[in-house]
Ligand binder design. Structure first.
Ligand code: BJ8
Length: 459
């Protein structure tokens, strides 16, 4: 957000070189510090090692994109993507820079709506708008963008994106249990490797891929460890702070990110030993489940935590779906490594799959594992996949007596008041009942109407 970079050359010079629309970009950069101050810097008792991530955000369009741009100038390729299905290991193995670029800001949506229909998911509009409005240095650094056939909106957006930056779309089949579909996906991963080899001019060998798999495994493992700290009561870190770290995992250099997150975890483990937390021990614990939240989408967590509850985990691609599975690195040949990679990626239980029975099971398991008092099911507007899948997730939670509320929203602030009222009521019910959760609250239904069965077991 500042105009100076850490490497001496002014950020503005670098932005101009990249082709950033400086005037528009200035508008964006004026808004971010205000939002960050209000959402993040007002929190009490934050761990001191969160400072690295605060500084990253403070210079999000400066230091890191400049580092990426300097690599690009030295001949390394930059490969951007939009999905947890992006096999970043392959990109790292070729010596290129992987970045996950999904937009989480409302700012570029108006630009996107000049081309995309208004009734499109905000993540799609924001991602597209960042490219067309020329306000994102990460986007403008990319030599290749990688899409995937997950949802219909993304798939069609990538065709248009290709008119701005070359875009390669991975064909992800939607029936993960089907043998033919698995073969197709494996072949897609192999073709992707060939594409990356061609664009980088670098051959992906067994050793290079092994090293890349190990590095990304370490990133996923450190995130797992970070999430484990949230199982403590009280949790030693806010949900908002963990969400921020998750979001930055897609931008930062892998090894530095691992080191900085480890330093933070060591501090958090000390807090747990001393029984220190950021919320009172009796604050209701919330599992957020649903569509991803990318920088700077902090809206839901902010409302929940300002209402007195604490988010203890996210069943999301900016959460557990990103790190729960690792890849076996040592498998004898590049072909087996690619097979392991393809298999690992098919374990991400995205709502674009049919059937997707594992996802409701995951939500219930995670709610139990993180001792959540309730689940907030988060759907980005016009996302039919996650919206319709709610029916199954709700049923599974209901069977286990875990309360859930569905929140459907976009990136604007226009519905903040209404969301606040609904979430405060939900949290009050969780707090007041002190019973094993049991009802589900569909969107729009007044929470006061939730009936708690007589004779309910006291938690
Ligand atoms: S693997 S969740 S990151 S697709 S919210 S754009 S699905 S309309 S983001 Fe996702 Fe990959 Fe799946 Fe994960 Fe479409 Fe829905 Fe928008 Fe979405």
């Amino acid at each position: 957000m500042s105009g100076k970079s850490t490497t001496g050359v002014s950020n503005e010079e670098f932005w101009r070189e990249l082709g950033i629309d400086i005037e528009k970009h200035d508008e964006l950069m004026k808004m971010l510090p205000v939002i960050y101050q209000n959402v993040y810097l007002t929190q009490a008792n934050r761990p001191k090692n969160i400072a690295y991530f605060d500084n990253f955000i403070a210079d999000i369009h400066g230091a890191r994109p400049k580092e990426v741009f300097e690599r690009k100038k030295r001949g390394d390729k930059v490969i951007g993507a939009f999905c947890a299905y992006f096999p970043e290991e392959v990109v790292l193995a070729a010596g290129a820079v992987p970045l996950i670029l999904c937009g989480g800001a409302d700012f570029p949506v108006a630009d996107a709506e000049k081309i995309l229909p208004r009734n499109t998911c905000p993540l799609i509009k924001s991602s597209f708008g960042f490219r067309t409005s020329k306000t994102c240095p990460y986007f403008l650094s990319a030599d290749l963008l990688v899409g995937e056939t997950t949802c219909g909106g993304k798939k069609k957006m990538y065709e248009l994106l290709n008119e701005y930056t070359p875009t390669y779309t991975l064909h992800l089949p939607h029936k993960k249990d089907d043998a033919e579909a698995r073969k197709l996906w494996l072949n897609e991963v192999k073709l992707f490797k060939n594409e990356i080899e061609e664009i980088t001019g670098s051959r992906i060998t067994y050793d290079k891929l092994k090293e890349a798999i190990l590095r990304v495994n370490r990133k996923r493992e450190v995130l797992r460890r970070l999430y484990n700290t949230r199982k403590a009561s009280p949790p030693p870190i806010s949900g908002k702070d963990v969400l921020l770290i998750m979001q930055l995992a897609f931008f930062d250099e892998v090894d530095r990110f691992v080191q900085k997150t480890e330093e933070l975890i060591n501090e958090l483990e000390g807090r747990i030993k001393r029984g220190e937390g950021v919320f009172p021990k009796d604050a209701p614990r919330i599992l957020v489940s649903g569509t991803p939240m990318t920088v700077p989408n902090w809206k839901l967590h902010d409302i929940i935590e300002k209402s007195g509850a604490v988010v203890v985990a996210e069943e999301s691609c900016t959460g557990t779906r990103y790190f729960s599975e690792l890849v076996e690195p040592d498998s004898g040949s590049v072909n087996i490594q690619l097979k392991n990679l393809a298999e690992r990626y098919l374990h991400i239980n995205c709502a674009c799959f049919t059937p997707n029975a594992e996802r409701p099971e995951d939500v219930v398991r995670l709610a139990k594992e993180y001792k959540a008092d309730g689940v907030v099911y988060y759907v980005l507007q016009f996302c039919h996949e996650f919206n319709i899948e709610f029916a199954k997730v709700e049923r599974a939670l209901k069977e286990e007596g875990i309360p859930v509320i569905k929140i459907e929203t976009d990136y604007s602030q226009s519905d903040t008041g209404q969301l606040k009222t609904r979430l405060e009521t939900f949290i009050e019910i969780l707090r007041a009942s002190k019973v094993k959760p049991r009802g589900a609250v569909p969107a729009g239904k007044p929470l006061a109407s939730v009936k708690v069965p007589v004779g309910a077991e006291i938690a």
